[in-house]
Ligand binder design. Structure first.
Ligand SMILES: Cc1cc2nc3c(=O)[nH]c(=O)nc-3n(C[C@H](O)[C@H](O)[C@H](O)COP(=O)(O)O)c2cc1C
Length: 134
């Protein structure tokens, strides 16, 4: 697995909504806004599943997910890629469920997507755009 650098973590912390890109096993792409997203370790991102439909069915048949993070002030952009494990029971799921329910009892908190970071690419416009960093 790949660890985010302090700079990447700074950019990550500024995001309010992430674009979660997945694909079906037939390679049909999908992108969805997600906000219940936290960096749980330098190489692991948790995403709360309240209302996912295609995202969930995609990661169940094809675990790959990509996100990008962008800091317009510092003009830094990173693409984060990895694989997802879905949890609907167990201590990790119970932890995110409690966090989500604290935000609002009406949220279904039906699952947890655990994204293990495998690669990071540069997406800041310029010479290094598209280059693999980690
Ligand atoms: C700003 C914003 C943040 C959202 N955050 C989440 C989230 O963290 N988890 C979730 O399950 N749905 C979230 N949603 C709702 C999903 O994006 C929505 O259910 C969407 O249909 C999921 O895409 P999919 O059907 O392609 O899986 C959010 C929607 C918006 C507009």
């Amino acid at each position: 697995m790949v660890k985010l650098t302090p700079e990447m973590k700074e950019v990550f912390a500024k995001q309010k909504v992430f674009a979660a890109a997945t694909a079906s096993k037939n390679a049909i792409p999908n992108v969805a806004p997600v906000a219940t997203v936290q960096l749980i370790a330098d190489d692991t991102i948790w995403i709360g599943d309240n209302y996912m439909v295609k995202t969930l069915s995609n990661v169940k048949e094809n675990p790959h997910m990509a996100l990008y993070i962008w800091d317009p002030e510092k003009r830094r952009c990173f693409q984060i890629k990895g694989t997802v494990t879905v949890k609907t029971s167990g201590p990790e799921y119970e932890k995110i469920k409690a966090q989500i329910k604290e935000k609002g009892a009406h949220y279904p908190a039906k699952g947890l997507l655990i994204l293990s970071i495998k690669e990071v690419f540069e997406c800041t416009p310029g010479q290094n755009a598209g280059k693999k960093i980690e």
